[in-house]
Design a protein around this ligand. Structure first.
Ligand code: NAP
Length: 263
């Protein structure tokens, strides 16, 4: 299927590894110029070089924290300067700690809002006016299945990601008339470094093997296994394509059927 993405410029935030990296790789395979960021410069540099080598596409990279509005501004300006335009933006960040309500401080709440909601706002404020000028654009937010079905112990994610979903839906209404679609994608269990760490920690805490914990996760998913990052990336790239031009304001899970609700 021709996705019609060749020559487009795609920003993927928080993309030195995991879901972000998989999404950046997929855009590069589709012939897009890429711009990625993450906090750890060395890892970002390694990822950028590997994507350039495997795809032959240019990768603009800058190490910074997506919670910093000034850094996001500088980055998006740099992308536009290098490639001439910004067509696609995928927002992403790290996940918040797993805590129960009484263990969460006010500082934790503020950090979670900065990390997940305001980081998305920072990118949206930078890219949407640019896309508006070009009469075309795609903004895709990465959240979690927690926006469809709250996950025990992930109170910060359950609460703040709902705000990102509300933001995406509202932006879809506001910017649809300008040729811009805004959609939200929700990963379920996906085998990235973050999930590996979670598996190792649970195995350590329970005194069982990593395989045993992974087996437990697999059994919660109707397809019988957790997802691969490239399966998640396939949906993101499709949503960014011409083929998806009438999908707007949707929240779609890539979770193997994990969410038990109807929508
Ligand atoms: P990951 O493998 O840990 O990768 C996270 C990436 O984001 C890294 O490149 C990291 O690099 C970067 N990053 C983290 N915080 C950042 C910040 N403040 N500023 C800039 N870059 C930042 O995580 P993942 O599994 O891909 O998860 C991505 C998102 O999806 C997270 O919010 C996670 O909670 C959510 N999610 C994941 C799953 C899953 O099963 N994997 C399921 C549901 C939701 P640096 O650390 O160097 O900055």
């Amino acid at each position: 299927m021709d996705l019609g993405l060749t020559g487009h410029v795609a920003i993927v935030a928080a993309a030195s590894k995991g879901l972000g990296r998989a999404v950046a790789e997929e855009f590069a395979k589709e012939g897009c110029a890429i711009a990625i960021c993450a906090r750890t410069a060395a890892e970002l540099e390694r990822t950028a070089s590997e994507i350039e080598k495997s795809s032959d596409q240019p990768v603009f990279r800058q190490a910074f924290d997506v919670t910093r509005a000034d850094a996001v501004h500088e980055f998006v300006e740099g992308v536009e300067k290098k490639f001439g335009h910004v067509d696609i933006c995928v927002t992403n960040s790290g996940g918040p700690p797993s805590k129960t309500f009484l263990d969460i401080s006010l500082e934790d709440w503020r950090a979670a809002v900065d990390q997940m909601l305001l980081s998305t706002v920072h990118f949206a404020r930078e890219v949407l006016p640019r896309m508006q000028r070009n009469h075309w654009g795609r903004l895709i937010t990465i959240t979690s299945v927690s926006v469809k079905q709250p996950i025990d112990g992930l109170l910060l994610s359950n609460s703040v990601r709902a705000g990102v979903t509300g933001l995406a839906k509202t932006l879809a209404n506001e910017f649809g008339p300008h040729g811009i679609t805004v959609n939200n994608v929700c990963p379920g269990f996906t085998l990235t470094a973050r999930l590996e760490e979670l598996v190792e920690k649970r195995a350590h805490d329970a005194g069982v093997s990593r395989e045993k914990i992974l087996e437990g996760m697999n059994s919660q998913v109707p397809i019988g296994r957790v997802a691969r990052p490239d399966e998640f990336a396939a949906l993101v790239v499709f949503l960014a394509s011409e083929r998806a031009s009438s999908i707007n304001g949707s929240t779609i899970a890539v979770d193997g059927g994990f969410v038990k609700g109807l929508l």
